[in-house]
Write a protein that binds this ligand. Structure first.
Ligand SMILES: [Zn+2]
Length: 272
């Protein structure tokens, strides 16, 4: 376990794009390129506890956990906007009228949505994950931000490309200016799939499908990176955390490894 930890920290330092920040003994993960004064972005670790209101934990405890996490970033829980995530490609533009949606109760979360975009300062966009990919986009020129929940279904349905298309359409975003970060999520070695699922990915980008003795593995971060590059994002502007929720289950909740955990991490991004 200790060796794993050492390797992981070395890996991150080598990549030099994400950092593990510890405050009051609690870890969170932040993309260096997105925490530049104009934007605040982070993903909680399991140190902060479960961030989801829909998995059966006491709401009071979840709200306490959310507040602890957002307080550590000097952000206000009342400004959080979350969605009822359903592995769709539904995208919603968020403005100040949505402030607090889903922050304190499940009923007020934006319904059936897996990506949020805003050009409003102070709005805190949040999504919940435990293996799925939290993807963050920052358009510094508009400025505008987006957050995406991409599991394998959303990934193959191209939610990351569709979100970029929506930013181009609604905000005249130039993808060439955008900075993207892909957070802690399931690695290819932990994500073995059937040949049917592998085929879906292989038809679009065969490089992200890895045959093994027992089946196929899919690199979901690599696939989303491919889609975003195809949409015009520069490869050097895509920072992949390379932190697997399954391999590092001591730090992250993993739906797959824990066979259906209640725990979810929260990813957030906010324009300042
Ligand atoms: Zn893994």
């Amino acid at each position: 376990m200790a060796t794993n930890k050492l390797l992981r920290d070395e890996d991150m330092i080598k990549a030099n794009t994400w950092s593990c920040v510890t405050g009051a003994g609690l870890k969170k993960y932040q993309a260096l390129s997105l925490n530049n004064g104009a934007v605040i972005q982070a993903v909680s670790s399991r140190d902060y506890g479960n961030m989801a209101l829909h998995t059966g934990d006491q709401p009071e405890q979840v709200i306490f956990n959310r507040k602890l996490f957002l307080d550590s970033l000097y952000l206000n829980l009342e400004n959080l906007v979350t969605a009822e995530q359903i592995h769709s490609t539904n995208i919603q533009i968020v403005d100040k009228s949505h402030l607090g949606a889903g922050a304190l109760s499940l009923q007020t979360a934006l319904s059936k949505t897996d990506a949020l975009i805003t050009a409003e300062r102070g709005v805190v966009l949040g999504i919940l994950t435990a293996d799925c990919l939290p993807i963050f986009i920052y358009d510094p020129m508009t400025p505008a931000i987006a957050i995406i929940h991409a599991g394998w279904r959303g990934t193959i349905a191209e939610i990351s490309r569709l979100t970029m298309d929506r930013m181009i359409h609604d905000f005249k975003t130039d993808p060439g200016n955008c900075q993207v970060a892909i957070g802690p999520s399931i690695c290819s070695a932990c994500f073995e799939v059937s040949s049917e699922v592998a085929d879906l990915f292989g038809k679009v980008n065969s490089e992200t499908v890895i045959p093994t003795e027992s089946g196929f593995e899919v690199d979901l971060s690599g696939f989303n990176s491919y889609l975003l590059q195809h949409a015009g994002v520069k490869p050097e502007h895509i920072d992949i955390a390379n932190l697997c929720t399954g391999c590092h289950n001591e730090d992250f909740f993993s739906y797959r490894i824990e066979k259906g955990t209640k725990g979810r991490m929260m990813g957030i991004i906010s324009l300042q």
